[in-house]
Design a protein around this ligand. Structure first.
Ligand SMILES: [Zn+2]
Length: 294
């Protein structure tokens, strides 16, 4: 953002397809929601167009290869791009990055970017790590004991990931880490200490931190209001496959959120932003029209 007083909103959709369902880490084994990604994404494209709010769809690269649902739909990925939204990479097959070797991380970053770029015929410069991990970022006093426990020593941290992203031609990344002091204060106070964000440059990558709970409920709305009051970014995300399931990603939470954001944009109080525009001017992209060629 040009001035720190500007309020910005970034909306992400994690487009997992069945590649994500096969690797669900919710402790429930394989889930079969992958097929819901496609009809729900069609609905999302309608809704985002109705409110003129562009989003970044973080797409599992393998879904862009030729083949059938629930694993592939290159035509839909092209439609997302042609509608003016950003197509970012969500790894190649929804791998849990801390569990991979450096060589494997490099492989998934590269394969995903290649598949998506060939599919849409445009650069893919944003990365969204599956499960929002790694959380581990010792330089900022963020430690993930579970990553250390499950993945062992030498697992990739946020800085290492950004370095590899840079090597593979990415420019921006969504991250999620909490320094240890913040985790302790949040546990003691029982409140989230998230606040409107700033772009954070890590190893040459422009990073934005998630700062609202998954979905579009009261927490996301409160962060948006705070961004408008204080300046700074609100970064929200959801999954297309959860659009009609109970919870804060439901369309009943999403639609009022989009309507509210659109009203703030009309009043000139909010910029809707895409991560691909963080590294190039102009930064604000309040309209979908023509954005596909940008
Ligand atoms: Zn995912």
């Amino acid at each position: 953002m040009k001035r720190s007083s500007e309020a910005g909103l970034m909306v992400f959709w994690d487009y997992d397809t069945q590649w994500g369902g096969d690797r669900s880490r919710a402790g429930l084994g394989r889930r079969d929601w992958g097929g819901l990604e496609f009809p729900n994404t069609d609905k999302l494209l309608e809704l985002h167009a109705a409110y003129s709010i562009p989003a970044c769809f973080a797409v599992v690269g393998a879904a862009a290869l030729p083949g059938d649902r629930p694993y592939h739909d290159p035509a839909q990925i092209r439609r997302i791009h042609e509608s003016g939204h950003e197509v970012g990479s969500h790894s190649f097959r929804h791998e849990w990055l801390p569990g991979l070797t450096r060589l494997q991380v490099n492989g998934t970053l590269k394969a995903s970017k290649d598949a998506l770029e060939q599919c849409i015929g445009a650069p893919v410069t944003t990365f969204v790590p599956p499960y929002n991990q790694p959380f581990h970022y010792p330089r900022k006093l963020a430690f993930s004991l579970s990553e250390r426990r499950e993945a062992g020593r030498g697992h990739i941290d946020i800085r290492g990931l950004c370095r590899m992203l840079r090597e593979n031609g990415y420019e921006s990344c969504r991250i999620a880490y909490r320094p240890i002091w913040r985790q302790l204060l949040e546990r003691l106070s029982g409140k989230s200490l998230s606040r409107p964000g700033r772009v954070e440059h890590i190893a040459g990558i422009a990073c934005v931190q998630l700062n609202a709970p998954c979905g579009f409920g009261p927490g996301a709305r409160a962060m948006l209001d705070r961004s408008v009051r204080e300046g700074g970014l609100t970064v929200v995300y959801g999954h297309p496959h959860s659009l009609f399931t109970a919870g804060l990603q439901n369309i009943k939470a999403l639609e009022p959120f989009l309507a509210y954001a659109a009203e703030l944009v009309r009043e000139g109080r909010l910029n809707v932003m895409l991560p691909r525009n963080l590294t190039a001017a102009p930064l604000a992209v309040n309209a979908l029209a023509g954005a596909a060629d940008a």
